[in-house]
Design a protein around this ligand. Structure first.
Ligand SMILES: NC(=O)c1ccc[n+]([C@@H]2O[C@H](COP(=O)([O-])OP(=O)(O)OC[C@H]3O[C@@H](n4cnc5c(N)ncnc54)[C@H](O)[C@@H]3O)[C@@H](O)[C@H]2O)c1
Ligand SMILES: [Zn+2]
Length: 357
């Protein structure tokens, strides 16, 4: 049941993005439509939408690319631009970019003048299947990821795979991990179609359908529980241990992309699923082999286990020394709020470790 009446985001996966965007722009006064983007997307993605009817009315602000710019001063740049150019509560903000930009632009639009309408046009696979949908907005602060933010849904999310022509293979494979996750938590059929997708020869036509089904899975969890009180936690599968991989790699000065960290986290959490929820051993081993074949070996050492565990216990969602996980009893099923102790988490890291050497 949807316990959040304000949930009203429309997700459109389309080849006619200009038509869809044009229809949306036509609903707003000509001088009240704004485009927020970042430098790489200004070069690579803006040309793909420049024939949109009404495009020339859009007043554009461009912020620097990259996660290091997901910060307060970038939000200020957007606020200032909107404020100085007459944005008001009747305005529309169009966010064009990857997850960094859609998180930031959505936050700026949600907070200025107590909130204005905004549309997300995600340009990376990660943003198309995950970040641009669900209403989590915000920026990094005080060295902590997404420390400041609000949950506020976009009016519309327009998804077009043409943008993916220019993303590099690492960013592509990173976003692919979230589609694998959607299959694991919700649908063996989706997992199969994701697994059968040819990563060596990416076909954007085939991908369009897979993305549509993947994002519908995310949307269904968000719809039931927009504020993550219960079932939306399903989407955290792989992320508790994944975030430890991500933070540890960042601290070591050799960052890894989010989806890679989640893939490694999923291997360890599949092990926990086997121990706590009886996920069959054969399924565990088969999935782990496959994940390593896609994401490569990222070796860790036993002496890192303690610091990984410390990173997990610092998570606000945990009580005491046990760590809260979302696990899967079978492919397509979830069990939320599964607490695991330190010894079992070390076992899971040990299981991962032997796969990664
Ligand atoms: N709100 C959520 O629910 C949610 C979920 C997952 C991730 N996120 C956030 O998303 C961010 C990661 O998103 P991301 O992986 O898209 O990162 P990103 O937005 O930084 O994009 C990755 C890189 O690709 C470039 N790029 C973007 N579109 C491109 C295109 N079409 N062609 C070529 N290059 C392009 C960007 O300039 C950047 O260099 C993180 O900040 C993360 O916290 C949010
Ligand atoms: Zn993720």
């Amino acid at each position: 049941m949807n316990n959040h009446p304000a949930y009203n985001a429309t997700i459109i996966v389309t080849q006619e993005l200009e038509d869809e965007l044009g229809k949306i722009l036509a609903r707003y006064p000509k001088d009240k439509v704004f485009l927020v983007t970042e430098q790489n997307c200004d070069k690579l993605c803006v040309p793909l939408i420049s024939k949109t009817p009404g495009f020339s009315n859009l007043q554009k602000v461009v912020i620097p690319s990259g996660e290091e710019n997901k910060k307060l001063s970038s939000v200020e740049t957007i606020w200032l631009f909107l404020s100085q150019n007459g944005a008001d509560r009747k305005s529309l903000v169009v966010n064009l970019g990857g997850g960094m930009l859609t998180d930031l632009g959505s936050f700026a639009a949600s907070t200025i003048k107590r909130g204005m309408d905004f549309v997300n046009i995600p340009t990376t696979l990660l943003a198309q299947v995950d970040a641009s949908v669900g209403g989590k907005t915000g920026f990094n602060f005080n060295g902590l990821k997404n420390e400041i933010g609000v949950i506020n849904q976009p009016n519309t999310v327009l998804i077009d795979t043409r943008f993916l022509q220019t993303i590099d293979s690492k960013n592509f494979i990173s976003g692919y991990a979230e589609m694998i996750k959607h299959g694991l938590i919700n649908s063996p059929e989706h997992l199969d179609e994701v697994r059968n997708y040819d990563l060596k020869k990416p076909d954007l036509e085939i991908l369009r359908g897979i993305i549509a089904r993947s994002v519908a899975i995310k949307d269904s969890f968000v719809f039931k529980d927009p504020n993550e009180r219960n079932i939306r936690k399903a989407l955290n599968f792989g992320h508790t241990i994944g975030h430890a991989f991500e933070s540890s790699a960042l601290e070591s000065g050799h960052p890894i992309l989010h989806g890679y960290a989640v893939a490694y986290g999923m291997i360890a959490e599949l092990y926990l699923s086997h121990k706590v929820c009886n996920l069959p051993l054969a399924t565990l081993n088969k999935l782990s082999d496959w994940l390593i074949s896609v994401y490569g070996k990222y070796p860790i050492e036993e002496r890192q286990f303690e610091s990984f565990y410390q990173l997990m216990t610092h998570d606000k969602k945990n009580e005491g020394t046990r760590v809260n996980f979302t696990l899967i009893p079978a492919v397509g099923e979830v069990a939320i709020n599964q607490n695991c102790d330190k010894a079992l988490i070390f076992e899971a890291l040990e299981y991962y470790k032997q796969f990664s050497i």
